[in-house]
Design a binder for this molecule. Structure first.
Ligand SMILES: [Zn+2]
Length: 425
């Protein structure tokens, strides 16, 4: 199994200058390559990776500064560009701007990467044209290095090794459970068994400080020292926020995935949902302010990041992750299958207009999501494997009698449930 291992690099000032230089060259190669690809596309042609790599090799005699970086990382940049253009279309791929880009480049050849352990806390890696670079040994590599990526976030450089552990994902134990997940705005995630996961990522003090820095930034001149230092301070706050969010996603993913054979998520078109409500001049959108606030809330919970963390965890435990259409999952009664938008009394409250079943709306969403995901789940199960299958009604929803198999599923417990929050900031 391929896994990533990330460590903190300790570059000396000369090395960080060299690394910065590699980043600049990669950025120039990306932008030039993209410009060339766009020019070709406009004339109806297509530039291939092979052609671009050859032209870059030729360009080295004309532009000697290109030779300062190892050719492998430049080729890798062109390969990444090629992949991005194929996946998203040449005109959707972005330029790498000097101010916004966080430098990152990849050494794709394991033969050129040597890792040595120095002592209990430190190890070093030999990289082309950078030499020996020390990094903080916080965990074992646990396999053969396939590639290494250097990246900078703020002032700190990191190295990520792509490692082949040689292990396979364990076969899914079919006796294990299944879980439905509802990602929400109020709680980052709710599961069908009534658990809720959430945490705040920015403390009130940090938020106030960030707002003050924004005001300060507005008063600075472009290119000034004060502006740079202000942006550095804002970057440090946001980096802390990002780290907390990533940590929360990893922990939540473990608590959701572990012990389950199937994880069902709803397919959320995050990009459409967060698209601006501003509209056009001739047809202005409505509720622009509210939508802007919602956008912040959606992006703040990091739904995509949680999904990535869940998939990553599932890769290790062997669980299957499925995504289902979320239409009406918040309006359908998980007990009688009645669909009515009036059942959703408020953001948090669900009371069925037909049978009176009451539950937290996010839990209802998670239950319906799970019910949708496990139709056809039998298909990949080996024959002769005795598994308790929840009875379902004609719509594929779990029948009323099957819902009591987990604690906290009865309507009566809806009020007194324990909210499983990971608090702190
Ligand atoms: Zn009902």
């Amino acid at each position: 199994m391929l896994v990533g291992r990330k460590y903190r690099l300790a570059l000396d000032s000369e090395q960080s200058e060299v690394a910065e230089g590699f980043g600049d060259i990669c950025r120039a190669v990306w932008n030039t390559g993209l410009e060339q690809r766009r020019a070709y596309r406009q004339r109806g042609g297509w530039m291939s990776y092979v052609q671009q790599a050859r032209e870059m090799a030729e360009a080295k005699s004309e532009h000697p500064w290109l030779r300062a970086a190892p050719s492998h990382i430049l080729q890798q940049t062109l390969r990444d560009l090629d992949r991005a253009c194929r996946a998203h279309g040449t005109f959707s791929v972005r330029w790498k701007s000097k101010t916004r880009w966080r430098p990152s480049f990849r050494f794709p050849d394991p033969k050129q990467i040597t890792v040595e352990r120095l002592n209990r806390k430190w190890a070093r890696v030999r990289l082309p044209k950078l030499g020996w670079v020390r990094f903080r040994w916080t965990r074992p590599l646990d396999g053969a290095v396939k590639a290494a990526t250097l990246s900078r976030d703020g002032a700190q450089w990191h190295i990520s090794f792509l490692v082949e552990t040689g292990r396979k994902a364990p076969a899914v134990s079919l006796e294990r459970g299944r879980v439905g997940v509802d990602r929400g705005v109020v709680f980052a995630a709710a599961t069908d068994d009534g658990r809720f996961f959430d945490r705040t990522f920015i403390s009130p003090g940090e938020a106030a400080r960030y707002r003050r820095l924004q005001q300060q930034l507005a008063r600075t001149r472009k290119g000034s020292k004060r502006r740079k230092s202000c942006m550095g301070k804002m970057g440090r706050i946001m980096r802390r926020v990002r780290n907390r969010r990533r940590d929360f996603h990893a922990r939540t993913a473990c608590r959701i995935v572990d012990g389950n054979a199937l994880v069902v998520l709803e397919r959320l078109p995050v990009r459409n949902m967060t698209a601006s409500a501003r509209g056009t001049v001739s047809r202005p959108g409505t509720k622009v302010r509210q939508k802007a606030g919602l956008n912040r809330a959606i992006l703040d919970k990091g739904w995509h990041g949680l999904e990535l963390a869940i998939r990553n965890r599932a890769r290790k435990t062997g669980a299957v992750v499925r995504k289902v259409n979320p239409a009406y999952t918040s309006q359908t009664c998980p007990v009688c299958g009645h669909v009515d938008s009036n059942s959703r009394k408020s953001q948090a409250k669900f009371v069925c207009t037909s049978c009176g079943y009451a539950e937290h709306a996010d839990t209802v969403g998670a239950k319906n999501t799970l019910a949708r995901g496990h139709t056809g789940f039998r298909a990949w199960r080996p024959r002769g494997c005795p598994v308790r299958e929840a009875p379902t009604d004609s719509r594929g929803n779990p029948a009323a009698s099957s819902l009591g198999h987990r604690a906290g599923n009865s309507p009566a417990s809806a009020a007194g449930r324990n909210v499983n929050l990971i608090l702190g900031a």
